[in-house]
Ligand binder design. Structure first.
Ligand code: DGJ
Length: 742
């Protein structure tokens, strides 16, 4: 890995074994983008890659140079208002009303490691040898705004992390109306666009389309990164698939409003932008102030989608997630939400917990409803004190009871919200986001606290930290159950209202930072009605997230498959819930519910007392199985094998680092009669190891399983007779493969 600067050609080359990123200082002082792709050998001059050709009827920067039109040049951080008519990366509104800027090269610095982004989540290094950072400084002379472009290249994987800082060194305040974290101009647009879309309880469905001239985008204006569009984009060559081919992944480490877009111009070049959503953002930058954007991460590979995902998984698992739980397998939990909803007493909880313990559960989580006057979603949010009728001895007593049983205790919070029917709101009615003279909309009867205000965050911190000090709490589920509306802060002047959405998220990060530093051993799970804020920003504080409020095993196939495009198995909250399922009323077999949930943090979202003895026995076996294999399941290398978006069968697998253990999950939605023979070609095994298929006892070489495949056909592929195991709809199997050198 290295970053080189060639003085004569004024070219930067950032590279490692996988990737090269090349740019140059152009004659107008802007940065031109030359190459991003598979690693190529370095040389002094790559400037021919800039491709400047004279085109008729274009506006040009220089007199007598009809070729130098920014409209036709691939750039690194394009500005608004001169000869480029595509969407810019940066826009600065000045006191005189002008939005034109012209950022030109001032200098650069190459440093070891990676600088921290204060107050923002970001990838990090543990030693200076893991990465190098290039900081290029540009300046707009008229406004005096200095722009620092940060590029970090990691030693491992085709990863580049990027962000931008703007500092006002001028004599007048300005308004930043757009500061994208990443801008990338590519020479062609022959990519398939792939996004993760959906809505509440149907998150992260893989959606694809071809790029066409014009702008295609995903984003959020909801105040959270959203169920609708995950802040993640894939551009893949049309011949690329899971196993091979060129793929680019773009991920934005942020939990608020964002936009990721691709603009194809008339000559089929492509501009990708990723950053805070410009529509809902405006930041006043006073003289001497600076603004740091969130970080965006790009991954390049020529080894297909699985390899791109594995690169993100490893980075986010090891160099984004932090702290005590980062490398630890996650406790198997029982959450009471779908078991009781708001209808519980301490006695009932203890009853559920006892059975959970008997089955092998390690952590009991008390969800919504334990505090204030919370007997429905109409009251109590904001009052983080135990409800005396439900928990007569407070949180401390129930926590102690659970601990005495030999389990850990976890608790639900929704720190950013209040109900109007709460003491907190009655005391501070002006602490919610709401615009003067306008009605304030609610969602689920709740209102959003103005987390852009420090005193609000402080007050919530005082309440939550008090409970965490008083009671033995090992886990927190941090929920967020509505999007933001009427985003106006009474604490900010008129000319700073455009900052509220971003300041809100900074407040959320601040509270997370305070709680996770003060209580480092508490495991945080983020949640926003399921996957409404399943984003890399959250993973920096909470190493796992509740993937979706849809806990049906069949629905989860698509949700988890899509989520795995960017996020590691160890980050996905996955639970076994009751059948018929509460969201889609589908009746799936207990083993299939577990077989899906194994590929995640694993837990139960039901009252195990209500299962039959036979089912309870099965649960005990499931938990024992998970305990045996969770290291591999959560931290092994994950491969998608068959897509639920493309057929009746889904398959995925994990392989341990030493390649001696592999687990394959195979799932079939509908049963069929006299069906096809089916097999799955496995991945990631050692071709020379011999693997014992624990299910069949048959031994196979790794190459055999990867090329001939693992046979998954069953009795339905022929005539079912006699005592044959009768498969149903929603059938699934886990194949365990134990390998050894021979
Ligand atoms: C939404 C979450 O996603 C659920 O799991 C549960 O915690 C409820 N909120 C509680 O209100």
């Amino acid at each position: 890995m290295n970053i080189l600067y060639h003085e004569r050609s004024r070219t930067f080359h950032l590279y490692n074994d996988s990737v090269s990123y090349i740019m140059m200082i152009m004659k107008n002082g802007h940065l031109g983008q030359l190459y991003y792709g598979k690693h190529i050998r370095d040389k002094e001059d790559f400037s021919y890659l800039l491709e400047i050709c004279e085109r008729p009827m274009t506006s040009c920067v220089y007199e007598n140079d009809g070729a130098f039109s920014l409209e036709h040049i691939r750039q690194e951080y394009p500005v608004f208002g001169t000869t480029d008519y595509r969407q810019p990366a940066v826009e600065v509104r000045q006191e005189n009303g002008s939005r034109i800027s012209d950022f030109t090269y001032q200098g650069h610095e190459i440093t070891k490691g990676k600088p921290k982004l204060t107050g923002l989540p970001a990838t990090y290094t543990e030693s200076e040898e893991e990465a190098k950072t290039l900081t290029v400084t540009l300046k707009d002379e008229v406004t005096g705004i200095r722009a620092e472009l940060f590029y970090t290249i990691f030693e491992q994987g085709g990863i580049l992390a990027r962000s931008v800082r703007l500092c006002n060194e001028g004599e007048r305040p300005v308004r930043l109306t757009r500061v994208m974290s990443l801008s990338l101009d590519l020479p062609d647009c022959d990519y398939e666009w792939q996004q993760l879309s959906g809505c509440w309880a149907r998150e992260c469905h893989v959606r694809k389309r071809n790029l066409e001239q014009g702008i295609q985008s995903i984003g959020s204006m909801r105040g959270n990164s959203s169920h609708e569009q995950n802040p993640f984009l894939v551009l893949k060559r049309r011949n690329a698939d899971e196993r091979q081919g060129e793929v680019l992944g773009f991920s934005f480490i942020y939990s608020g409003n964002y936009r990721i877009q691709a603009e194809v111009d008339a000559h089929r070049t492509l501009r990708v932008l990723a950053g805070i959503d410009p529509e809902t953002f405006e930041w006043k930058l006073n003289c001497g102030d600076s603004f740091q954007t969130p970080e965006a991460v790009m991954v390049y590979t020529d080894k297909g989608l699985n390899h791109m995902s594995q690169t993100f998984h490893k980075l986010y698992q090891k160099r984004l997630a932090r702290g005590y739980w980062r490398d630890k397998t996650r406790p198997i939990l029982n959450n009471n939400w779908e078991a009781t909803y708001f209808d519980f007493t301490e006695e009932r909880l203890v009853e559920i917990a006892k059975k959970a313990k008997e089955c092998g559960v390690e952590l009991f989580v008390l969800d919504d409803g334990w505090f204030g006057a919370r007997s429905s979603d109409k009251a109590g949010l904001g009052d983080w004190v135990a409800n005396p009728e439900r928990l007569p001895g407070g949180v401390a007593q129930i926590a102690e009871k659970i601990e005495d049983m030999g389990m850990k205790f976890g608790l639900w919070f929704e720190p950013e919200m209040v109900n109007k029917d709460s003491d907190f709101y009655r005391k501070h009615p002006d602490w919610i986001l709401s615009a003067p003279g306008r009605q304030t909309s609610h969602g689920r009867n709740q209102y959003v606290l103005d987390f852009s205000r420090k005193e609000v965050v402080d007050a919530v911190y005082v309440q939550i930290s008090r409970i965490l000090r008083e009671a033995k709490i090992s886990y927190i589920k941090w929920d967020m159950n509505r999007s933001i509306t009427e985003c106006y802060s009474k604490a900010l002047p008129a000319d700073r209202q455009g900052e509220v959405y971003h300041r809100y998220i900074l407040g959320v990060y601040d509270l997370y930072e305070r709680l996770t530093s003060e209580f480092p051993e508490i495991l945080f799970e983020s949640c926003a009605s399921g996957g409404g804020r399943f984003d890399p920003g959250m993973l920096y504080y909470a190493p796992q997230a509740w993937t979706s409020d849809d806990s049906d095993a069949v629905e989860r196939l698509k949700i988890q498959y899509g989520t795995s495009m960017c996020y590691p198995v160890s980050s996905m909250g996955t639970h076994v819930s009751v059948a018929p399922n509460h969201q889609v009323f589908r009746d799936t077999p207990l083993h299939t519910r577990a077989n899906v949930a194994y590929f995640g943090t694993f837990g139960y979202e039901l009252d195990l007392n209500k299962l039959t003895e036979e089912e309870q026995k099965e649960v005990k076996e499931q938990i024992a199985f998970m305990k045996k294999y969770r290291e591999v399941l959560q931290f092994g290398t994950f491969y998608r094998l068959k897509s639920p978006f493309e057929g009746n069968e889904t398959a995925w697998m994990v392989v341990s680092e030493d390649k001696k253990t592999a687990l394959v999950g195979w799932y079939r939605v509908l049963n069929c009669v006299n069906g096809s023979y089916t097999r799955v070609r496995l991945e990631g095994l050692n071709p020379e190891y011999q693997y014992r298929n624990v299910n069949t006892g048959i031994r196979h070489y790794g190459d055999e399983l990867m090329h001939a495949g693992l046979i998954t056909s069953d009795e339905t592929a022929g005539q079912v007779s006699g005592d044959a195991h009768h498969c149903t709809d929603f059938e699934s199997r886990i194949y365990v493969l134990e390998g050894e050198e021979v």
